[in-house]
Design a binder for this molecule. Structure first.
Ligand SMILES: [Fe+2]
Ligand SMILES: [Fe+2]
Length: 290
């Protein structure tokens, strides 16, 4: 089958914002409002980004040749955005290490998962990326939509997370459109079956690995056992309840006519731009990595 058009908005512009965060002063160890579990889950997430987003870029770029011109351009902008995200989270992770955290076990887990993924066919890597980009986009949406998620956080750190979230929303359709293009000759059933299976596997890995990573970091702050589990699960699932709040958007992925841009949440981007630090500087053109 062929895809006539992608539901990605025709006037969407993916604009890499080459910003740097937190270079001036050390980040406090418990940068998220002094809270062990909040700091731990965001640090655990950040640990995945430098290597994980490099994998996303490789997976998508492998299918750029032969893509329609608009999609090829979007892949280029996606690549630039993700490369800058990797750089900023690498710097953020180094500051967490400077504050005394040992991230080695968390990074090792990410590298193990990625080594397996890289040993599989390129279309499987693209499917994994497409699923994880949906995950990232719905987390990003929630992060920007509800200020409670970053309430009390260190300013530079919160700025980094909001900037990353905005760009994840902006490029949320790229991996998906690349997937639609790469599988244009597949039957609808085969496409759905593969994407549903991959999403279920990625979700399990995500929940298990990030929970284990956060508990590891909490242990390094002296919080362990039942106390740690209770604090972390309450934070993720009850209050502010990020994982509970993205459950509906996660489920939509399995609907037959799903596309990330079925929900046009560009108002969050406009709100971000209106309130972001150095918003003007971010509008300047940046070198494209692709
Ligand atoms: Fe990213
Ligand atoms: Fe992304």
């Amino acid at each position: 089958m062929t895809v006539a058009a992608f539901p990605t908005p025709a006037d969407l512009e993916i604009t890499p914002r080459d910003r740097r965060f937190g270079r001036g002063a050390p980040t406090p160890r418990l940068w998220h409002g002094g809270r062990v579990e909040a700091t731990a889950i965001y640090n655990a997430l950040s640990t995945t980004f430098p290597a994980g987003e490099a994998f996303f870029v490789d997976s998508v770029r492998a299918f750029r040749a032969g893509a329609p011109p608009k999609l090829a351009e979007e892949i280029k902008a996606f690549t630039t955005q993700e490369a800058i995200h990797s750089r900023e989270h690498d710097a953020f992770n180094r500051r967490a290490a400077d504050a005394g955290y040992d991230l080695a076990r968390l990074e090792q887990r990410v590298n193990e998962r990625l080594a397996i993924a890289r040993s599989r066919p390129k279309i499987a890597s693209l499917a994994a990326t497409m699923a994880l980009e949906h995950f990232t986009a719905i987390l990003a949406h929630q992060l920007l939509a509800d200020p409670r998620h970053l309430a009390g956080a260190d300013r530079d750190a919160a700025d980094l997370w909001r900037w990353h979230a905005a760009e994840e929303i902006e490029h949320k359709g790229v991996a998906y459109d690349t997937w639609l293009h790469a599988t244009r000759d597949w039957s609808r059933w085969k496409r759905w079956k593969v994407k549903a299976q991959v999403m279920l596997i990625m979700t399990e890995h995500f929940l298990v690995d990030r929970t284990a990573g956060a508990l590891d970091l909490m242990r390094q702050d002296g919080v362990a056992g039942l106390r740690a589990w209770t604090a972390l699960l309450t934070y993720l699932w009850v209050r502010p309840g990020m994982f509970r709040k993205i459950a509906g958007a996660w489920f939509k992925f399995f609907l037959p006519r799903f596309h990330p841009w079925n929900e046009d949440d560009r108002q969050l981007l406009r709100d971000y731009e209106a309130s972001a630090p150095a918003a003007e500087a971010g509008k300047r053109k940046v070198r494209h990595a692709a």
